[in-house]
Design a protein around this ligand. Structure first.
Ligand SMILES: Cc1cc2nc3c(=O)[nH]c(=O)nc-3n(C[C@H](O)[C@H](O)[C@H](O)COP(=O)(O)OP(=O)(O)OC[C@H]3O[C@@H](n4cnc5c(N)ncnc54)[C@H](O)[C@@H]3O)c2cc1C
Length: 451
């Protein structure tokens, strides 16, 4: 500790001075006070810290806004937590290149605001925008709204500065769109959950501001019709911003929770909430054709912002899950055509083992992302072993369907033991080799992602 204090002085917090907010992430999983919390104010300070920890083989846990949902930023009692919360700010905005250069501790919301002020938008967006750091969103390759159009965080990153485990500062601050000069190393660190290096700065792309957007809710006879509608709307000359599928159980439950009359009857098997930018006539023409072929049974098109918000409120019932259910949430990806079959198979499999179990499903189907939620209240015994058994069964099924056990929230501690369902042994070997090359003393976020 003396060496740490000598090297970084008042950047170091010890004992009771360490705030509880750095004991665990949003999940509250395995909360623990770290040995020390270091809050560097520059890349050089991060470098000094890592050089020291590398020499002394001390575990380092990078922390952003602690909004992660995989337990990936959780420290243990022997580790040094590193928060980038004091290395913040947008360093520059380049309107000609449509890029921003930012420090890792800047919140996502501050980045969005800077882009808006420059006449653009930063298209990554989700509920934790006010707290999560841009460094955390890069380290988790966060998704959220708008992925169907703009891609994940990875697609917005042009350049990175990363401090390696031994303290070397890797300058990958590219700001050009075209740059084929061998391995694109930045991608190693995006989605690596702080296990390969600490991200300190980034060059991000900005998108043009959003144009006129239309919000549509449709009732459909089955999942196959939803896939057909997705295909149809993609070819309709519109830019799809969202294509959210709610299964009947989800829609009915969410409408029950609202005071108002459901915008569509609760009798349809599937509901699609869709947002599209472009000419309203294109949307109406596509919708008429979908109704004619029977793909869509019923539909309502929002004619103003409050109506659009009311439609979104149905889908945003997920925010109420922790209050009204005892949710066991799954954030998984599957090949789009198979999602309907997976939902049925998962439901049957769970019913066979836990009779009467209740499940609700919705998904960002345009992104191949399904959110399946088991309501723990319906379980006879609500023990951690039961949760674990349900997870094991669902992830095994995901593996059978060639899906991914993590669509957007990452692996961290919570999904680490299930990673083999989605990553082949050879790929796991390459991941371990990469980790060993970049972090031979295994100091960076040890035990997360890989074991
Ligand atoms: C209400 C809510 C809604 C959410 N919605 C979404 C959503 O729609 N889509 C989605 O993808 N996620 C979502 N999340 C999850 C979470 O917000 C994201 O994973 C976010 O990217 C985490 O950022 P953070 O700064 O809080 O990172 P943290 O939770 O602090 O850390 C997450 C991981 O990143 C690493 N890390 C953090 N900073 C750095 C750095 N500078 N260098 C290297 N590694 C670092 C940590 O070690 C850890 O492994 C949501 C969370 C909440 C609470």
């Amino acid at each position: 500790m003396a060496l740490l204090l000598d090297t970084l002085g008042d950047r170091v917090l010890l004992g009771e001075a360490i705030p509880e907010s750095c004991f665990s992430d949003w999940t509250g999983h395995a909360a623990c006070r770290p040995l020390a919390l270091v809050r560097p104010t520059s890349s050089e300070e991060v470098s000094r810290l890592l050089r020291l920890c590398h020499e002394h083989r001390r575990a380092v846990v990078p922390q952003g806004g602690m909004t992660g949902l995989a337990g990936a930023a959780v420290p243990n009692a022997d580790s040094v937590a590193v928060s980038l919360s004091r290395f913040t700010g947008v360093e520059s905005v380049d309107r000609d290149a449509a890029t921003l250069t930012v420090r890792a501790g800047t919140t996502l919301e501050a980045v969005q605001n800077a882009a808006r002020e420059a006449g653009f938008r930063y298209p990554v967006d989700f509920g934790a925008r006010g707290s999560c750091h841009i460094g955390g969103t890069i380290a988790t390759n966060a998704g959220g709204h708008g992925v169907i159009r703009h891609g994940m965080t990875r697609d917005q990153v042009l350049g990175l500065e990363v401090v390696l485990a031994d303290g070397r500062i890797l300058d990958l601050m590219n700001s050009m769109i075209k740059n084929n000069t061998g391995y694109d190393l930045k991608h190693c660190f995006i989605g690596a959950e702080g296990t390969l290096g600490i991200i300190t700065r980034a060059v991000l792309r900005m998108a043009p501001p959003q144009g006129e957007t239309h919000t549509l809710l449709c009732g459909l006879p089955n999942y196959k019709a939803a896939v057909a509608l997705l295909h149809r709307l993609r070819g309709a000359g519109l830019a799809l911003e969202a294509f959210e599928v709610m299964w009947q159980d989800f829609y009915t439950m969410s409408c029950d929770w609202r005071d108002s009359q459901p915008p569509l009857p609760t009798s349809h098997a599937i509901y699609v909430l869709c947002e599209a930018e472009g000419d309203a006539n294109h949307l109406e023409t596509a919708l008429e054709a979908a109704i004619e072929t029977g793909e869509v049974a019923d539909a309502v098109l929002a004619s103003n912002i409050p109506q659009a918000q009311a439609l979104w409120a149905i889908r945003e019932a997920t925010g109420e899950f922790p209050l009204k259910l005892a949710p066991i949430n799954f954030d998984i990806s599957l090949p789009i055509p198979t999602i309907g079959d997976f939902v049925e198979a998962a439901g049957e499999m769970l019913q066979q083992r836990w009779t009467g179990i209740s499940i609700v499903n919705f998904g960002h189907i345009g992104d191949s992302n399904l959110h399946l939620t088991v309501d723990g209240r319906s379980l006879a015994e609500d023990a951690p072993e039961t949760h674990h058994a349900i997870e094991a069964e669902i992830y095994r099924l995901v593996g059978e369907y060639h899906g991914s056990i993590s669509a957007e929230h990452g692996i961290g501690l919570l999904k680490r033991d299930f990673l083999h369902h989605s990553v082949r042994p050879e790929a796991m070997d390459v991941m371990r080799a990469l980790k060993h090359t970049l972090d031979p003393n295994d100091i960076l976020n040890p035990g997360k992602l890989l074991n």
